[in-house]
Design a protein around this ligand. Structure first.
Ligand code: PLP
Length: 376
């Protein structure tokens, strides 16, 4: 991957060397099944429990509140449908926002087909939900609020602690999709009154195909997949042991130097945004200017086709995206950009650049000069 400038860390990240090193023995040396009772099974089980402790520590949860899954999408499905079905006798109303990832939106759609009612909250021009509207939307049938911690396209960070307070006061469970937030901002599930939270290892320099779900002790939820009794009978299937070990190491590393890391990303992001705004005419910053992920910049270029822009950037060895990687190939405008009310002339011209620890100012300068040349 020589001569590649990678600015798409929200799509995925490369596994860190230290993470890979910890994972490798679990493919062919420590290959026992963690459910087996003999020594090599038990030692793998112990390693998984070690990873569980690391995840719990990172978000201030208890290890028995962490469930390993196959990805962030699975964590969202398990949390939202699992809690909704467990509580269907109590109520059938769920509240979410219009700018959630499709793992959440489509889980809600699936529940609607099964008789649940879902309110999709509007967001303002920066992508923030309105807390007053949230309060007014809660009824005695509301069982769950699911609002993302940070948006994957525009990077806006929602007022999670306030949402947690509102949920608690109204006796409603609160799930948050933290797939973009974990490893990038600090989360304390106790302080923030979060009942359930999704994460995915490949967004914080861990491997793909492994995620985790936190569900607070006592929060009712049912399993969606039948099979064995793994993960406290909530997620059947032999564990992805190497993946889980990798997730554990990756989250530990992510939070070890989080302040320093964020400081660096924020400086790169703000430098990039100000240079684009000052030097390229007809741009709009999408998402909140300050309440945004440290490494996210999403800018629309008036009258530019984002798809064409990506191809031209690719020719220069630059990896970026127009929005969510999951929607690549779709000709529909992004539901997030539509929801923040972006004008049509800006809708197709968005460029999401998400920076990571390996990016340098020199990389950003190369991106800026390439952009200026292409757009001119
Ligand atoms: N939620 C958000 C906010 C995401 O950004 C993503 C992936 O981009 C997901 C959920 C899905 O995660 P995964 O790719 O691990 O299924």
């Amino acid at each position: 991957m020589k001569n590649i400038r990678y600015f798409d860390h929200a799509a995925t990240t490369g596994v860190k060397e230290e993470v890979l090193k910890e994972m490798l023995p679990y493919f062919n040396i420590e290959y026992g099944n963690p459910s087996s009772i003999y020594g090599i099974g038990r030692s793998v089980k112990r390693a998984i429990e070690g990873a569980r402790e690391k995840v719990a520590k990172a978000i201030n949860a208890k290890p028995n509140e962490i469930y390993f899954t196959g990805c962030g999408s699975e964590s969202d499905n398990l949390a939202i449908k699992g809690i909704a079905y467990a509580l269907k006798e109590k109520g059938n109303h769920i509240i979410t926002s219009r700018i959630e990832h499709h793992a959440v939106l489509n889980s809600c759609k699936s529940l609607e087909r099964d008789g649940f009612k879902v309110t999709y909250l509007n967001v303002d021009k920066d992508g923030l939900i309105n807390l007053q509207e949230l309060k007014e939307t809660i009824t005695d049938k509301t069982i769950l609020i699911t609002i993302m911690t940070a948006n994957n396209e525009i990077g806006t960070i929602e007022p999670i602690e306030e949402i947690g307070k509102i949920a608690k006061k109204n006796n409603v469970y609160f799930h948050t999709d933290s797939v973009q937030a974990i490893g990038n901002i600090k989360i304390d599930v106790q302080k923030m009154n979060i009942d359930s939270l999704s994460m995915s290892a490949h967004k914080f320099y861990g491997p793909k195909g492994v995620g985790a779900l936190y569900v607070k002790e006592g929060v009712p939820f049912i399993k969606l997949q039948d099979g064995g009794h793994q993960e406290k009978n909530k997620r059947a299937g032999t564990e992805n042991t190497a993946g889980i070990i990798g997730l554990g190491k990756a989250i530990e590393l992510a939070y070890k130097n989080i302040d320093e890391y964020n400081d660096k990303l924020q400086k790169l992001r703000d430098y990039y945004i100000s240079e684009v705004e000052n030097k390229i005419p007809g741009t709009i910053l999408n998402g909140h200017r300050t309440k945004r992920l440290p490494g996210n910049a999403n800018i629309s270029f008036k009258g530019v086709n984002g798809g064409d822009l990506l191809l031209k950037l690719d020719e220069k060895g630059i990896c970026a995206s127009t929005g969510s990687a999951c929607n690549t190939g779709s000709t529909e405008p992004s539901h997030v950009l539509v929801s923040i009310g972006l004008k049509p002339e800006y809708l197709q011209g968005s460029l999401r650049t998400t920076f990571g620890y390996e990016n340098t100012k020199e990389d950003i300068d190369y991106l800026l000069s390439s952009l200026k040349e292409i757009i001119q």
